[in-house]
Design a protein around this ligand. Structure first.
Ligand SMILES: NC(=O)c1ccc[n+]([C@@H]2O[C@H](COP(=O)([O-])OP(=O)(O)OC[C@H]3O[C@@H](n4cnc5c(N)ncnc54)[C@H](O)[C@@H]3O)[C@@H](O)[C@H]2O)c1
Length: 257
C-alpha cells in the first residue's frame, strides 16, 4: 500500500494531555491507529493507564501517565518519562483542561478559587507542558504543538466565563509562542472544537443543551470527538509544516472566521 509521507505520523511520539477520558482518549486511540507511539497523560492516572493498557493489548506502543499539568515538576516528569520510554517528543497535544467538571452558572456566582484553578490548569498547565517539551523538540530540530481552544472564543458563550476566558488565552498563547519557537522548526497551532458530545461532556450536559447549542451549524448534527481527529492530526503531521500560530475552528460551520 502506498502512502504520502506528508500525512505520515507512524513512529512519531505524541503526548496527549487529558488522554485518559473524553476527547483526549479518542485522540490517543486514533494516533495509535495511525502508528504513532502514544503517551496518554491525565490527572486521572488510572484512566490514562487503562487507555495505554488497552492500546498495548492491541499491539500499539503506548504509555499511560498520571500528571497534574498545572504542576511544573509533574509536567517535567511527564516529558522525561516520555523520553525515557520513546526517546523523542515529536507532538504535544495540550488537550487537558478543566471543563466538563465546571458548573454552568452566572459569572457572579463563580467562586474566586474556581476562577484561579481554571487559569492554573488551562493556561499555566499548557505553558508548563510546552516548556517541559521544548528542550527535546529544540534538540530534535522539529516539533508539533497543538493546543486545544474552544469555539466559545468565537461565539462568546456565557456561563463558564473563566473557561471561555482561558480558551481565549490559549489562542493568544498559541500565536506568540509560534513566533518564539519557529526558528527551531517547531510549529504551534490551535484547534477550537464546537460543543462536542464527549463521554465526559455528555455526563455533565443535558441532551437539550447539546441539541440547542449545536443548532445553526452548516452541518446540522451533534458534534462527536471523531470530528476533531482530522484537524488535530493534520496539525501534527508534516502536511502543516508551514502553518503556525493559527487556529482551526471545527464546529460543523456554526461560527465562521
Ligand atoms: N467537549 C466539548 O464540548 C469541548 C468544546 C470545546 C473545547 N473542548 C476542549 O477539548 C478538550 C477535551 O474536552 P473533553 O470534553 O474531553 O473535556 P473534559 O473536561 O471532559 O476532559 C479533560 C481531560 O483533562 C483531564 N484533566 C483535567 N485537569 C487536569 C490536570 N490538571 N492535569 C491533567 N489532566 C487534567 C481530565 O481528567 C480529562 O480527562 C478540552 O481542552 C476542552 O476544553 C471541549
Amino acid at each position: 500500500m502506498s502512502s504520502n509521507p506528508r500525512f505520515d505520523i507512524a513512529g512519531r511520539t505524541v503526548i496527549v494531555t487529558g488522554g485518559g477520558k473524553g476527547i483526549g482518549k479518542v485522540y490517543a486511540e486514533e494516533f495509535a491507529k495511525a502508528g504513532a507511539q502514544v503517551v496518554a497523560a491525565d490527572i486521572d492516572a488510572a484512566a490514562a493507564k487503562a487507555v495505554a493498557d488497552r492500546l498495548a493489548a492491541d499491539g500499539h506502543a503506548a504509555l499511560g501517565l498520571g500528571v497534574d499539568i498545572a504542576n511544573e515538576q509533574a509536567a517535567q516528569a511527564m516529558t522525561q518519562a516520555t523520553l525515557d520510554r520513546f526517546g523523542a517528543i515529536d507532538i504535544l497535544i495540550n488537550n487537558a483542561s478543566l471543563m466538563s467538571v465546571l458548573p454552568r452558572r452566572s459569572w457572579l456566582e463563580i467562586p474566586i478559587d474556581e476562577w484561579d484553578r481554571v487559569m492554573e490548569v488551562n493556561l499555566r498547565g499548557t505553558f508548563l507542558c510546552c516548556r517541559a517539551a521544548f528542550p527535546a523538540m529544540k534538540a530534535q530540530g522539529h516539533g508539533k504543538i497543538v493546543n486545544i481552544s474552544s469555539s466559545r472564543f468565537f461565539e462568546g458563550t456565557p456561563n463558564r466565563l473563566h473557561y471561555t476566558t482561558s480558551k481565549a488565552g490559549v489562542i493568544g498563547f498559541t500565536r506568540a509562542l509560534a513566533r518564539e519557537v519557529g526558528a527551531f522548526g517547531i510549529t504551534v497551532n490551535a484547534v477550537a472544537p464546537g460543543l462536542t458530545a464527549s463521554d465526559t461532556q455528555v455526563q455533565s450536559t443535558s441532551g437539550n443543551y447539546l441539541a440547542a447549542r449545536g443548532s445553526g451549524r452548516a452541518i446540522d448534527r451533534v458534534q462527536v470527538p471523531d470530528d476533531l481527529v482530522g484537524a488535530v492530526m493534520f496539525l501534527a503531521s508534516p502536511a502543516s509544516d508551514f502553518m503556525t500560530g493559527q487556529t482551526l475552528l471545527v464546529d460543523g460551520g456554526k461560527a465562521m472566521h
